[in-house]
Design a protein around this ligand. Structure first.
Ligand code: DP6
Length: 342
C-alpha cells in the first residue's frame, strides 16, 4: 500500500483538436492561442512519488516496457529534476523526492508522453508533499514543467487551455486549463496509427520556437480563435460532421507551419500520408465518419465514434506502413492508484 508521504497517480495523454504551436512566453509555456483537447484513457503514464525528509539528491527512475528500471537520459531527468525543484520551492518544504514512472505507450512518438508524464508527476508529488491543490493550481503547476499540454492532462474529458485569452503578463495562477465537457458527454474514440515509434527528431519546445519564423504564422493566429469557438461548440453539440473537418484542417495547418519554419521541420513520414489517404477514402467511398489529426509527430490519430472504431482499426492495421494501432478514446482524467511502483 502507498505510504502517507507517497502517492501514485495515473494520468493519460491528450490529443489536441486546437493545437499549441508557438508561445507568447516559452519559458512559462504561455501559448499564443487557446487550445482544446480530448483526454485519452489508455495512453497513460503511471507515476509514484515519495517525499523523504533530509538532505540528498532526488532519485528518478523510468520503468521500461519490459519492467527494467532505467536511469533516464540527461535531458529527460533534467526536466523532471527542475520540475521537482519547482514543486519543492512552491511548497516551501525541504526534503528529497524518489520518483518512478512508467508509460503504457511509446514515449516521444508524438503521443504527448510529456503531457501525461508531467501531469502524473505534478499530482503525485503534491500529494506526497501532503498537499491537495485545486485542479486549476495543478494545471498551472503542470504547465510550469514547460509542457503546456500537461496543463490539460490534469483534467478528463474535453479540456480548453488557457481558460481565458492568453496573456504573457497574466499572473501564473491565471493561466490554467478547464473542462469544457466531461468524458460522459460524448464517447469519441481515437484510433492511433503508429507509423513511427522512435523519438521524434525535433522537440515541441524547438517547434514552438521556430513556429514564429513561419511566414504563415500570423495568418494562422488571425483565424484560430474562430476555429477554437467552432470546435468547442461542435463538442458541446456532439456534432462530428462539423468537428471533423475543423480538426483535420487544424492538424494540417500545424504541420504547414512546421514545414515553413526556419529551419523547416518535417514530422510526416510516408506512413502518415498513407493513413491520411486511407481515412479520406473510407470517408468518401464507404461513408465512415472518421477524421484525422496529428500532434508534433508522424503518427495519426483518427477520431470517430464507437460505431466506426472497429473497422477503422482493422483497416489501418492492414496498411504496410502501420507498425501498430492503439484503440483509445475519451477518458475521465487522472486517478489515484493504491499500489505504488516504488
Ligand atoms: C503539437 O510544449 O506541450 O502536441 O510537452 O512535448 O507535449 P510536449 O509539448 P508541448 O506542445 C504540444 C504541441 C502539440 C500540440 C498540443 O498538444 O497542443
Amino acid at each position: 500500500m502507498t505510504q502517507p508521504n507517497a502517492a501514485t497517480i495515473e494520468a493519460a495523454a491528450n490529443i489536441a483538436f486546437i493545437k499549441y504551436w508557438g508561445a507568447l512566453d516559452l519559458e512559462r509555456a504561455v501559448p499564443c492561442n487557446r487550445t482544446l483537447s480530448m483526454t485519452l484513457k489508455r495512453c497513460c503514464s503511471r507515476c509514484s512519488v515519495e517525499f523523504l525528509a533530509g538532505e540528498g539528491k532526488d532519485e528518478i527512475w523510468l520503468i521500461g516496457p519490459d519492467g527494467k528500471w532505467l536511469q533516464p537520459d540527461e535531458s529527460f531527468s533534467g526536466r523532471i529534476a527542475r520540475h521537482l525543484e519547482r514543486l519543492r520551492a512552491w511548497s516551501h518544504r525541504r526534503g528529497r523526492f524518489r520518483v518512478a514512472t512508467r508509460n503504457s505507450f511509446p514515449a516521444s512518438a508524438g503521443l504527448a508522453s510529456s503531457a501525461s508524464g508531467f501531469a502524473a508527476l505534478t499530482i503525485a508529488a503534491t500529494r506526497a508533499l501532503g498537499l491537495s491543490p485545486s485542479r486549476s493550481e495543478l494545471s498551472m503547476l503542470a504547465r510550469l514543467s514547460g509542457s503546456g499540454s500537461a496543463a490539460r492532462s490534469v483534467l478528463g474529458g474535453y479540456v480548453e487551455w488557457p481558460a481565458a485569452a492568453p496573456d504573457a503578463n497574466a499572473r501564473e495562477e491565471e493561466i490554467f486549463a478547464q473542462q469544457v465537457a466531461s468524458e460522459d458527454h460524448w464517447d469519441l474514440r481515437d484510433v492511433i496509427a503508429i507509423v513511427e515509434s522512435g523519438a521524434k527528431g525535433v522537440s515541441s519546445l524547438e517547434g514552438h520556437r521556430r513556429a514564429l519564423t513561419s511566414p504563415f504564422f500570423a495568418t494562422r493566429q488571425a483565424r484560430l480563435e474562430e476555429r477554437f469557438l467552432l470546435v468547442r461548440q461542435a463538442i458541446l453539440d456532439r456534432d462530428l460532421a462539423t468537428l471533423g473537418p475543423l480538426i483535420e484542417e487544424e492538424a494540417i495547418e500545424l504541420h504547414l507551419i512546421a514545414m515553413s519554419s526556419q529551419p523547416p521541420i518535417f514530422y510526416w513520414r510516408a506512413g502518415t500520408l498513407a493513413v491520411l489517404e486511407e481515412v479520406r477514402r473510407m470517408r468518401d467511398e464507404e461513408g465512415a465518419r472518421a477524421f484525422a489529426t496529428m500532434d508534433a509527430g508522424a503518427n495519426v490519430h483518427v477520431i470517430c465514434t464507437a460505431d466506426d472504431e472497429e473497422r477503422i482499426a482493422r483497416r489501418l492495421q492492414g496498411l504496410d506502413y502501420v507498425e501498430a494501432v492503439i484503440r483509445d478514446g475519451v477518458g475521465p482524467g487522472p486517478a489515484v492508484l493504491p499500489q505504488g511502483l516504488l
